[in-house]
Structure formats: C-alpha cells, structure tokens
Design a binder for this molecule. Structure first.
Ligand code: NAD
Length: 321
C-alpha cells in the first residue's frame, strides 16, 4: 500500500488533474497475453484504490474487449462518475482506419455503451499518421467538436507515433480546439525525443500524455510481445539492459517508469497493467521516486548500454511528417 498519495498533475488548459501514473487498459484487451475478466476487474479496482484516477482505452484494443473490461471494472468501483477520468479513442478499429465524421460520430456511441458511461472525458483520434492529417483537421476534429457540444465528450485529443504529426495538426486548428496529445514510446530511457516538443506544446496550452514508458514491453525482464515493431537490434539491446539490471538486483521496468515520471511537464505516464501486482509495483515506483528521486547511477548505466540504439524508433503510418 502506498504511504503517500500519487501526485496529481494538471492537463494543459483542461482543468483536469491526472494521477502521474495513468492506467493503460490495452492489456485488458489481451494485447499482451490473456487476462481473465476477474483479474481485469481486480486490476482496475486496485489502481483506483491506490490513487490512479486516469484510465485510457480504445475500441481497437482487443477488438473492443478492453473497453468492455474497463467499463465493468469502473462500474464495479461504485463511486461517483467525477472521481475518475476516462479517455477512449476513435478512427482505429480491428477492421482498419476510418476517420470520417460519420464513423467517429457512431464510434463514440458504441464506446459509451461498452464503457457503460454517459460521457468520456477525452476522445482521441487514434494513430492519425495512418490517415490523412488534412482530413483530421477539416473533418474529424469538427465532428468531435459537435460531440463536445452534445456533452458526449469533454475534451479532444490526437495520438500517434511520429512526433511531427502533432505540430502539423495543432498549427492548422484554432487555438483550444485540440486539448491533449498522446505520444508513446518517445519518453523512456531508450528514446526521449518527446522532450524537444514539450516547449511548443506548453506554448499552445496543450496537455501532454506520454504512454508506454516500458516501450510496449521492450524495457521489461520478460521482453516484448511477438508483434512488437522494434528492430532486432533494439530488442536485443533492451534485453541486454534488462539482464544487466537483474544482475545488479535492479528492475528495468521500475527504473524506466521512474525516468519517465521525472518530467513534470508531462501530466501522466500511461502504463499498461494487467495484474494487481503490476499496479502495486508501478504505484510504489512512483511514490518512491517522488520521495527520493531517480536512481541516476543505474539509469546512466542503462543509457550507456542503450547508446548504440538511442532514439531509434520504427516506421508507423502512411506519412512521417
Ligand atoms: P507499456 O510500455 O506500458 O508496457 C506494457 C507492458 O509492460 C505490458 O506487457 C505490461 O504487462 C508490462 N508491465 C507493466 N507494468 C510492469 C511491471 N511493473 N513490471 C513488468 N512488466 C510490467 O506499453 P503499453 O501498454 O502499450 O502503453 C501503455 C498504455 O498507453 C496503453 O495501454 C494504452 O492505453 C496507451 N497507448 C496508446 C497509444 C496510442 O494511442 N497510439 C499507443 C501506445 C500506448
């Protein structure tokens, strides 16, 4: 049990305060291996009871399974709706991508039903580099503004891997239209390139969510899932780093999360969690780093091992702006 509460951080201009560790619900869609319904519900409950107030999902994760499991977990909490913050996404589905106004408008109703909610706090266009960025600007975001007016969503976000997509869209929409960005795999020990974009995002008042501090399993002792898109070289270097940490009695996942948490301009670090044990470990790591700071020595040793692959990423989408 955490001794001190998890830190809350403001999310851009939204007025929301997010727990610095956010609950990534993609594992509840069996994306990283099978998770039973009972375990999914228990994991959500443990996260909330330890102070995690932000839960992120998508209709894409597990072909809608993640949204359904998260919905059951949240309902099971039995607490007022304003005590937790929920983000889901639109435009990416098991069947493929569709950022049309018609599809995203239908999508939110489907998501709300699966989540058993009346509204979501944030609706994000999911992995926009796979669509036309101009369609996102001229069609998708205007459709989301209508959903905001209808009260089905409170805030609008965009997500994706190549960092250039964010400024491309933000420079083309009126200020205050896009409230939040979600970047992933760019603020960890092996890749910290999100840092360069933070001053720009702050100047626009856009809230910053950084996901995948463990680089979707690269920075774990058990290694990434089969589908992980990293090069063999990057996977091998991360496994060398994990083995080195283990040998020294350290845990690479804990060090990686602590590294990501140390930049307070990032409102929340979304970690995918599939068990009560992982929730306990990740919350404990956050509480520990808040009290004692990062293990600079161990982190610089890992950085040294990862130097040959530093900031190496992988292709994503149909345009790499
Ligand atoms: P992650 O880096 O958080 O890694 C998740 C993996 O690490 C899972 O296998 C999980 O079981 C494991 N793990 C978690 N805690 C651990 C611990 N203490 N010790 C060992 N292993 C541990 O990657 P992720 O789940 O892909 O990202 C987090 C969340 O961010 C997602 O669930 C999703 O909600 C969001 N996300 C969004 C996008 C997007 O919008 N494009 C992309 C990536 C992630």
């Amino acid at each position: 049990m955490a001794l001190t509460p998890l830190e809350l951080r403001p999310l851009g201009n939204t007025g929301l305060n997010l727990s610095c560790v956010g609950f990534g619900a993609s594992p509840l869609g069996n994306v990283f291996g099978l998770v039973s319904e009972a375990d999914a519900i228990a994991t959500v409950r443990q996260a909330f009871s330890l102070g995690i107030n932000f839960f992120d999902t998508s209709p894409y994760y597990g072909g809608t399974l993640s949204e359904k499991m998260l919905g059951k977990g949240l309902k099971g909490l039995g607490v007022p709706r304003n005590e937790y913050i929920v983000s889901t996404k639109c435009g990416r589905y098991k069947e493929g991508f569709d950022f049309s106004a018609e599809r995203v408008t239908r999508s939110i109703d489907e998501s709300l039903e699966r989540l058993q909610l009346d509204y979501v706090d944030i609706l994000q266009c999911h992995d926009i580099e796979f669509g036309s960025l101009d369609q996102i600007v001229t069609e998708t975001i205007p459709a989301l503004l209508k959903l905001k007016e209808a009260g089905k969503i409170k805030f609008i976000g965009i997500t994706g891997l190549p960092l250039g997509i964010f400024s491309y869209v933000l420079d083309k929409v009126p200020p205050g239209t896009v409230d939040v960005i979600l970047s992933y795999c760019h603020h960890g020990i092996n890749d910290s390139t999100l840092e360069d974009l933070i001053p720009y995002l702050k100047s626009k008042g856009v809230g910053i969510i950084s996901a995948s501090p463990l680089s979707m399993g690269l920075l774990t002792e058990s290694g990434p899932p089969e589908w992980h898109p990293a090069s063999a070289e990057l996977k091998a270097a991360c496994q060398d780093a994990a083995a080195y940490c283990k040998e020294k009695g350290k845990n690479i996942s804990k060090l990686s999360l602590q590294y990501s948490l140390s930049n307070k301009d990032i409102s929340t670090i979304l970690v995918g969690m599939n068990s009560v044990k992982q929730v306990d470990e990740n919350v404990a790591a956050a509480v520990e780093v808040a009290a004692f700071g990062k293990d600079e020595k161990a982190i610089s040793e890992i950085e040294e091992i990862l130097k040959p692959v530093q900031n190496q990423t992988w292709p994503s989408g149909i345009q790499q702006s």
